[in-house]
Design a protein around this ligand. Structure first.
Ligand code: FAD
Length: 298
């Protein structure tokens, strides 16, 4: 089956790209495995006119609105292979479907690699958080923590202190250098050297941190700087250039969101750092318009 464009990933970036391609009256199919990055959070913040909305509901509305365009179709599946063919790209899905297209938009998102501390994964997106702009306002003025993951954690603690009194949990790691320590003190960041063994207790909007030796401390939230990985190897398979970002791989794109492989675009979390639904949607719009113009004039 041939389309003008295939979009791999049907979340904020992919649905935005597909909407603009469909509005340009070109056929587009969105292939989506259905596990968006923010599925752990009950509320999405900061997206204009959707502040506090259920992220799943935003995506359900976007899918419904896209499906109303005769040019668009949505397939619930995982794309497992993509390769160049004579006049475009061939994409294979895990349900056995083989699709062909002139232009390909990658929007398959990233996955977070959470620290191996018992209790973190269950609380991710609720009381264990990554982004103060997304979820900091709601917990501001409570006692907040940052779990040491890398030397960047000290900077993260200085930022989190803008939202509430902050403790950097060193988790047995060495203290930061003298200049960093001075800055942490100036910003009223406390340091806790003990090793963290688990997050425990009821998950009712507070997080109890258990240290080696049995002591516990209660926080409003614990922030971590989780590294991430791409959800799919399609960009590697296609030969797209990939750079090292601050927390993981970032697919290299130009101002039109085209990758180093002509005709292949990348949008959303896979092509930028840091991440937000607004940026993902914006990248999708940029890629969608670029795909349309390239089909019209390329
Ligand atoms: C816990 C948490 C809370 C967050 N809260 C906020 C917030 O409040 N405000 C905010 O602005 N941002 C928030 N974010 C960030 C936001 O979720 C992301 O920036 C946004 O979801 C990125 O959209 P995307 O379309 O690039 O990727 P994703 O949302 O990750 O979507 C990628 C889609 O591609 C699909 N996919 C993956 N591989 C394949 C494949 N091979 N074939 C087909 N489909 C595939 C996935 O299943 C998924 O549906 C949060 C993130 C997390 C982790």
């Amino acid at each position: 089956m041939r389309h003008d464009a295939i979009v791999v990933g049907g979340s904020f970036a992919g649905l935005s790209a597909a909407t603009y391609i469909a509005r340009g009256r070109r056929s587009v199919v969105v292939v989506d495995a259905g596990i968006p990055h923010n599925r752990f959070a009950a509320h999405s913040h900061g997206f204009l006119a959707q502040d506090g909305s259920d992220p799943g509901q935003i995506l359900a509305t976007a899918r419904e609105q896209l499906a109303a365009y005769g040019e668009a179709s949505l397939v619930g599946a995982t794309a497992i292979d993509a390769r160049p063919v004579e006049d475009g790209f061939a994409v294979t899905l895990d349900n056995g479907l083989a699709l062909e297209t002139s232009k390909l938009v990658l929007a398959f998102g990233v996955a977070d690699i959470l620290p191996d501390v018992p209790g973190v994964a269950e609380r991710w997106g609720r009381t264990v958080l990554h982004c103060p702009y997304c979820h900091g306002y709601e917990i501001s003025r409570q006692r907040l923590g940052v779990l040491y993951g890398s030397p960047r954690s000290a900077q993260q603690a200085m930022l989190i202190a803008e939202w509430g009194p902050t403790t950097l949990f060193l988790d047995g790691q060495a203290s930061p250098d003298a200049d960093t320590m001075e800055e942490l003190v100036r910003r009223n960041v406390f340091l806790e050297p003990a090793r963290v063994i688990a997050l425990v207790g009821e998950d009712h909007g507070l997080v109890d941190i258990a240290f080696e030796g049995g002591r516990q401390e209660r926080m409003g939230a614990l922030f971590i700087g989780a590294p991430n990985r791409l959800n799919s190897d399609l960009a590697e398979r296609l030969g797209c250039a990939i750079d090292d970002g601050p927390l993981g791989p970032v697919i290299r794109t130009d101002a039109d969101r085209m990758t180093s492989v002509p005709g292949v675009y990348a949008a959303g979390d896979i092509a930028r750092a840091p991440h937000s639904v607004t940026w993902a949607a914006s990248d999708g719009v940029t890629a969608g318009i670029a795909v349309h113009r390239s089909l019209a004039f390329g």
